[in-house]
Ligand binder design. Sequence first.
Ligand code: ZN
Length: 551
Amino acid sequence: MRRLAIALAALCSCSLLGAVGAFASTGGDMTVRERLGRLAEVRVSVDDKLMNARQLKLVRELVAAARYMDEIFLRQVYADNVRLRDRLARSKASRPILYDYFLVNFGPFDRLSHDEPFVRGVGAKPAGANFYPEDMTKEEFSIWLERNPVDREAFESNFTVIRRREGRLVAVPYSEEYRDYLVPAAKKLRRAAGLTKNASLRRFLKSRAQSLITNDYFSSDVDWVRLKDHDIEVVIGPYEVYEDGLFGYKASFEAFVTRVDPSESRRLAKVVEYLDELERNLPIPDKHKGRGRSLRSPIVVAQLIYSAGDTKAGVQTLAFNLPNDERVRRQEGSKKVMLKNVQRAKFDKILVPIAQRVLAAEEAGDVDFEAFFAHTLLHEVSHGIGPGEIGRRGRKTTVSRELKDLYSIVEECKADVLGVYNAIYLVGEGLYPESFMGSAWPTYLAGLFRSVRFGTGEAHGGANAIQFNYLREKGGISYDRKTHLFSVDEGRIEKAVRDLAREVLMIEAKGDYAAAKRFVKRYRKVPKELKDALAKLVDVPVDIRPKYAYK
Ligand code: ZN
């Protein structure tokens, strides 16, 4: 899913809070207890008021279906996983932490530390996970396809595994390899279909059940994008290919069972009505505005009830954009789902402790979840405004084509800074209360530290370092040299944000790669005061470990 985690083709993986780059090097001689300690355990649940008896029944069927995805993904990660899990389960009483950490990672490899094995006797993780024979090399695969070109489509399919049978490589469809789990999962989906009154959801659940059996996911992907006025948002099936480190062909099974958040969805719909006005309000000359862009993908705000498989392993997803199938994206577009209660959990366990350590006391007290969520939402919305298709030297081109490798960092910086810039405008329009900016500023400032913590090499971390340094230079952020704490200078921050927004937008409007390079070079750095602040955060959790109310 282009989980923010991350990749989100042209979309933002940001909300994913995903990347753990900076932490990934700290495995080494950590004990399993220390490894597990980086994740704050937290109960993830949904407002009871949002679920009536019928929905609860429906959700139980979906969770039951999702649990089969856990079983399949366990088998996709490592050939020896089931035996290892059973062994660790037997010794659970004496070594509960080892068992727990195995479950967190869906295997004996530490996803937060470069896949280091943490179970004694286990070697390095196979690059192709369990999608290919462990002893198969890339060369063998390529030579096989040269000699057997008719196999290419099946071998490179997202939905087959490669096995060795009687000395030959064969492609086995997921529907066959994981049949024992897919057949009962499909049955649960069909039962769930009988429990909803929403025709689009019923249609999707039935067609997805069919996909699990036929191995053809196209039409059910289409049905998913077409879900409308539905109360339960569910994703189930093979999606991301990150686990396949050999070729990136093979998709991992996962599931999200969520409840659409009605009040947030209403607010979002209102914000989307303002897109044109927000475009007109951008701090750049009119000739660079209003190219008729719109949200690249609809956004749904939901509360997570249960997640399974790939997405549950390691770092927890905050938002995702699906489907990945380019044919569906061209035909139907894609859809972004933001998981508000997961954001809440990360806010409580990660952002609040960060604020308490690096912000002046009064400011830290003003850090607020609604402001944090609004900023994430407005960040996503802001990806949809500003220059996209541009003219350069008399020809038509796009910002991303011109800014090349610097595009993501510039675009993430734009979305972040417009996230606050647009909030000011929407407060003026009454969409957020008068007092909103009082908490929005310190929340935004704390968020900069959170992201830089993930390393400045990655687009989001880099973009946040740029904002920090720019706003600091312009006096929008002040620093107390005695207490070593930061605060927002309310007299200067608004202008500094406006200037930064203009600078980034003009780089994009002109498609000026040289200017982008100078800008990134100047501001993407970690000065001593920032480094000292980050050093105070080493024991703040890296991520959360969700405990679901519905199991
Ligand atoms: Zn983004």
